[in-house]
Design a protein around this ligand. Structure first.
Ligand SMILES: CC(C)(COP(=O)([O-])OP(=O)([O-])OC[C@H]1O[C@@H](n2cnc3c(N)ncnc32)[C@H](O)[C@@H]1OP(=O)([O-])[O-])[C@@H](O)C(=O)NCCC(=O)NCCSC(=O)C[C@@](C)(O)CC(=O)[O-]
Length: 305
C-alpha cells in the first residue's frame, strides 16, 4: 500500500461537534476548549459557525468565542459561513478562513440552508468573493456526498456538479462530507475516482461521520487514493441537526491512533488531545464516543480492557 509520510487533521469539534449538543456549553468553556486544542499540535481548528442563531443556538456566541481565544501563530482558526450576513459577523470576529457549505442533494440543502442547490451557488459566490476581498482563504464543504437522509444514495455525478461550481469560485479546497455516515470504501472509491479524473487530490479533504463505524476504513481507502487531509472532532462529537440519524464525526484521537501506528506523521500529541476530550466530557456531563477515551476511562477506573 502506498502511504503518505504526512497528513493534516482539521479539527471541527468546536463547531460540528458542539452544534448538535443539547447541553449548552458556556462561552468561557468553549474558549478554554479551543485554547486546549491550540496546544495539541493541530494547525487547523474550525472554531464555530456564523449561521442564524435561531437555527443553531449553541453557536450563537460565535463572535465572543473568536474574540476571546488565544491565537497561536501557526494555527488557522476557521468558521462556517452560510451567507453575506454570516460573513459580516465573521469578519468582525477576525476569522482566518471562511468555510462555505452546501449539499450534493436537493432535500438536505433545502432543509439545512433553506435554498435549492441552484439558488445556493450565487449566495456562496458572494461569500467567497467577500472573504477573498478581505484577504481570507476559503474552504468549501459538500455534504451528503454518499447518502442523503431524505433521498438515499447520491451519485458521484451529483457531487461533481457542486464541486465544479465551488472550484470555479476558486475555493482553496473542498471537504467532502459523508454527513450521515453511510459510506463504505467501495463507495468512497467510486466517488473519488470520479472527482480525481478532473481535479488533483490536494483539492479535497474527507469529512466522515462514524454513524455505522465505517469512518476509519473509509479514511484508509481515501489515503490509498492520495487524499491527505481529514476532518475530525475530538471525542467523536458531532452531527448535523438537519440530517436525522447523523452521529458524530470520526474522533480525532481515534484517527490519531491510526496514523501514529501506521507511521504517518500528523504533528499532533495524543495526550494533549485526550486532555481536551476529557475537558469536553466534564463540561457536557457525559462520556464521549471515541474508542481512545473509552480506554482512558477504563484505565482511570483500574479496569483492563
Ligand atoms: C442559511 C440560513 C441563515 C438561511 O436562513 P433564512 O431564514 O433562509 O435566511 P434569510 O436570508 O431569509 O434571512 C432571514 C433573517 O435571518 C437573518 N440572517 C440570515 N443569515 C444570518 C446569519 N448568517 N446570521 C445571523 N442572522 C442571519 C437575516 O438578516 C434575516 O433577518 P430579518 O431581516 O428577518 O431580521 C439558515 O438556514 C441557517 O442558518 N442554516 C444553518 C444550518 C446549519 O448550521 N446546519 C449545520 C451546519 S452544516 C453541517 O453540519 C454539515 C457539515 C458542514 O458539517 C459537513 C457534513 O457533515 O456533511
Amino acid at each position: 500500500m502506498h502511504l503518505p509520510k504526512h497528513v493534516t487533521l482539521k479539527e471541527v469539534g468546536p463547531r460540528d461537534g458542539l452544534q448538535n449538543e443539547k447541553v449548552h456549553m458556556a462561552t468561557a468553556d468553549k474558549v478554554q476548549l479551543v485554547d486546549l486544542l491550540s496546544q495539541t499540535g493541530l494547525n487547523y481548528i474550525e472554531v464555530t459557525s456564523f449561521v442564524h442563531p435561531k437555527w443553531i443556538p449553541q453557536l450563537a456566541d460565535a463572535v465572543e468565542v473568536l474574540q476571546a481565544i488565544k491565537r497561536e501563530k501557526d494555527i488557522t482558526y476557521a468558521a462556517l459561513i452560510p451567507n453575506l450576513r454570516g460573513l459580516e459577523r465573521a469578519l468582525q470576529a477576525n476569522i482566518d478562513e471562511a468555510s462555505v457549505f452546501m449539499s450534493a442533494s436537493e432535500s438536505h440543502n433545502q432543509n439545512n440552508i433553506n435554498k435549492t442547490v441552484t439558488e445556493t451557488f450565487p449566495v456562496l459566490e458572494e461569500v467567497v468573493l467577500g472573504a477573498k476581498a478581505a484577504g481570507k482563504r476559503v474552504r468549501g464543504y459538500i455534504s451528503t456526498v454518499i447518502g442523503c437522509p431524505y433521498e438515499g444514495y447520491i451519485q458521484p455525478e451529483q457531487v461533481l456538479r457542486v464541486a465544479d461550481k465551488l472550484l470555479e469560485m476558486d475555493v482553496a479546497e473542498i471537504s467532502l462530507g459523508d454527513t450521515i455516515g453511510v459510506g463504505v470504501p467501495t463507495q468512497v472509491e467510486r466517488l473519488l475516482e470520479e472527482l480525481l479524473k478532473r481535479y488533483p487530490a490536494e483539492k479535497f479533504a474527507m469529512h466522515f461521520h462514524d454513524t455505522r463505524g465505517t469512518a476509519l476504513t473509509n479514511i484508509v481507502k481515501s489515503l490509498e487514493m492520495g487524499i491527505t487531509k481529514f476532518d475530525s472532532a475530538l471525542g467523536g462529537l458531532g452531527g448535523c441537526p438537519y440530517a436525522k440519524g447523523a452521529s458524530g464525526n470520526v474522533a480525532t484521537e481515534d484517527l490519531l491512533y491510526l496514523f501514529d501506528e501506521m507511521g504517518i506523521h500528523t504533528g499532533i500529541e495524543m495526550n494533549a488531545v485526550l486532555e481536551a476530550a476529557t475537558f469536553v466530557e466534564k463540561k457536557l456531563g457525559k462520556p464521549v464516543a471515541s474508542k481512545q477515551m473509552a480506554i482512558v476511562r477504563n484505565e482511570r477506573s483500574g479496569q483492563a480492557l
